[in-house]
Ligand binder design. Structure first.
Ligand code: HEM
Length: 409
């Protein structure tokens, strides 16, 4: 099988074949360069070195001075007009701009704030399972997994109920898009729709921010638009970008972990038995193993700022590298029998939440909290819950995304 990570066809292959291809790439002495074609309006072209070993991904993630997140981290590199929409998003920034934004928004993710959210998360899980029971067996993604993360993000931000229908509708449009474009005419349409939906979401939260700046409440939007002790606050545009970043980064990722998770626990009954026999003892390890095994975000890109030697590969300033988190998470030198789903292994060194560096997932603890609460509610109230048949996966080079997963209980 010829391997071309820049070819859209590669990402349509079954996951198993893709993992085999990455295993072959990991065995090579040096990272391979893949050429990307320019597509008018959609892609800038160029190419990238594929970092597929755990050690290489960690090295690049940690050294953000050399491996820059500017001007963007998605791949293929989008053209300027798409970048403009996400321009003020911290995931695409280096320090000091990145550090300033991260300092302001991390107050939303402090242990105290997350502790305050627990009651809301538990109540939301209970309601979701009530509705799922009333609806009967069906699609786990639509009925269960997709409902929690967006709800939690709206709760955190203090999005009023009246606005949520609009937010949900826009998020649905924005996530219908995938990193891989099947054909040009359809893709331009999808990219435009996606961008418009994200801009509309930004406008919604900017309006909310102005209301909260005038009359602050106890919610996160109020905290972000009013100055902290150092006099720092988000501008309108930064607030808009932060909200869409949360929706893009925190919605599908947690949803997909739960959707793949229910299938993994069904396909591996001995692992499920371990978990359900002592939920508290095993759920922490099970969540890390799910994130390792699934790698909900399969890759992010960096641009090299100066000449650099990476394990004998001579990188030049301006070169692009793509950090394949999904491949690093199957590296046998770190995770023996890496293709085995094992909730008792030490999965902690996984890079599913990004490498150890300034961009390490800000929402990792929130995601863990959501997944834990949802599985606790499901296994307590629906002990017979299991996936049925195969999931429908989204074709993407970025998200390991499940469109639907039949299930019963
Ligand atoms: C299982 C669920 C999740 C996974 C697998 C995941 C994965 C990731 C990864 C790989 C990155 C690194 C980006 C990079 O390398 O440049 C990241 C960053 C980020 N994530 Fe998550 N994420 C998850 C859940 C969440 C949630 C629930 C939120 C918030 C609601 C969130 C918010 C963010 C933010 C704001 C960043 C950017 C951090 C920065 O640039 O400093 N994530 N995430």
């Amino acid at each position: 099988m010829e391997i071309d990570l820049a070819d859209l066809g590669f990402w349509r292959r079954p996951l198993k074949e893709r993992y085999e291809a990455f295993a072959r790439l990991r065995d090579l002495d040096l990272p391979v360069f893949f050429e990307e074609k320019r597509v008018p309006l959609l892609r800038s072209g160029g190419g990238f070195y594929a970092l597929v070993r755990h050690a290489d991904v960690v090295e690049a993630g940690r050294n953000a001075r050399v491996f820059s997140s500017e001007p963007g981290v998605t791949s293929p590199e989008p053209p300027g007009w798409v970048r403009h929409v996400f321009g003020e998003s911290m995931v695409n920034m280096d320090d000091p701009r990145h550090a300033r934004l991260r300092r302001i928004v991390s107050r939303a993710f402090s242990p105290k704030m997350l502790g305050n959210l627990q009651g809301d998360i538990d109540a939301a899980c209970a309601r979701i399972v009530d509705d799922a029971v009333a609806a009967g067996p069906g699609d786990f993604v639509g009925q269960v997994a997709s409902r929690l993360p967006i709800h939690v993000i709206c709760d955190m931000m203090g999005v009023p109920d009246a606005m949520r229908v609009k937010v949900h509708a826009r998020v649905d449009v924005s996530t219908a898009y995938s990193g891989v474009r099947p054909s040009l005419p359809r893709s331009v349409g999808m990219a435009v729709q996606n961008t418009l939906a994200l801009l509309a979401l930004q406008r919604l939260v900017i309006k909310l921010g102005r209301e909260r700046a005038a009359t602050p409440r106890g919610d996160l939007v109020s905290a972000l638009v009013t100055a902290n002790v150092d006099g720092e606050r988000l501008t309108d545009r930064e607030l808009g970008s932060f909200f869409t970043l949360l929706l893009v980064a925190g919605n599908e990722t947690a949803r997909n972990t739960m959707a793949h998770g229910i299938k993994l626990l069904t396909d591996n009954p001995e692992q499920r038995r371990l978990l359900t026999e002592d939920f508290d003892a095993h759920i922490g390890g099970a969540i890390e193993e799910m994130v390792r095994y699934v790698s909900p975000i399969m890759q992010f890109r960096r641009t090299v700022t100066e000449d650099y030697d990476l394990r004998g590969l001579h990188l030049k300033a301006g070169d692009k590298v793509v950090l394949f988190y999904g491949s690093a998470n199957r590296d046998e030198s770190v995770f023996p029998s890496a293709d085995r789903f094992d909730i008792t292994r030490d999965a902690k060194p996984h890079v599913g939440f990004g490498g150890p560096g300034p961009h390490f997932c800000l929402g990792a603890n929130l995601a863990r909290q959501e997944i834990r609460a949802m599985f606790r509610e499901l296994f307590t109230r629906l002990p017979g819950i299991r996936s049925v048949g195969e999931p429908e996966l989204l074709v993407s080079n970025f998200d390991n995304s499940v469109r639907s997963q039949p299930y019963t209980f």
